[in-house]
Design a binder for this molecule. Structure first.
Ligand code: ZN
Length: 227
């Protein structure tokens, strides 16, 4: 009997391990959800029967996006990419294979996403270091964001962080998905100097974003910031 109760105790001790994997996501509003654990945040927007995913996380975390859609029993019809950095496009190949969505990205960044050219590197050592580890699988058939048509989601150029950095405004709720055009820390929105290619243009884009009073910034890194 002792052995049996020890066994049961053992099972009880194991419980936390079964609970380790919990799907985490954060409701930003009725329509917008942040999918947690994708390194750079991915956001899912549901509106008028359409599901739009903004950014695709790291290759290693794409499964979390798949799990999220599995949980809600939906799939992304469209994926909008803010820019070509690996923590925003790494999951694209898996998501493309699984859902065959329409994928839109900044025109000048598509050759990188499709594996036809390498991204330009900022001068910082940290950026060079990180680029060695970034792995993505090639995705083809990516469409230029100029071709994206929507009554309620608008693409806004916010270049500087990368050559084509684009923000997306979900107009009904004033939600602005900025990728890495600005990083948010507390109530501060800053340009990421280590990883941005053109600091002058990036600062101009930061000002452009900050001038959108009433909007809520949803960044790739950091928490929402209401302007
Ligand atoms: Zn970036």
């Amino acid at each position: 009997m002792k052995a049996r109760s020890d066994f049961r105790k053992g099972l009880e001790n194991l419980k936390p391990f079964f609970l380790v994997y919990i799907l985490v996501f954060m409701k930003i509003s009725d329509s917008v959800t942040r999918i947690e654990g994708t390194t750079a945040h991915s956001y899912s927007v549901e509106h008028e029967g359409q599901v739009v995913l903004i950014d695709a996380g790291m290759k290693s975390s794409a499964k979390k996006i798949v799990d999220y859609y599995g949980e809600i029993g939906k799939k992304p019809d469209v994926i909008l990419i803010t820019h070509y950095h690996v923590d925003h496009i790494g999951g694209l190949a898996l998501l493309n294979e699984k859902y065959s969505p329409k994928i839109y990205a900044p025109k000048e960044e598509i050759p990188v996403i499709e594996g036809k050219s390498r991204p330009a590197q900022p001068k910082s050592m940290l950026s060079k270091f990180v680029s060695v580890f970034g792995k993505t699988d090639i995705v083809s058939g990516v469409l230029p964001v100029e071709e994206f048509q929507s009554q309620w989601m608008k693409a806004i150029p916010t270049i500087g962080h990368t050559p084509g950095s684009t923000s997306y405004l979900f107009e009904p709720e004033g939600m602005l998905f900025v990728g890495d055009a600005v990083n948010i820390k507390g109530s501060e929105a800053t340009v990421n100097k280590q990883f941005s290619l053109d600091l002058v243009k990036a600062e101009e884009s930061r000002k452009k974003i900050m001038s959108m009073s009433g909007a809520t910034i949803l960044p790739g890194h950091g928490d929402p910031l209401k302007l």
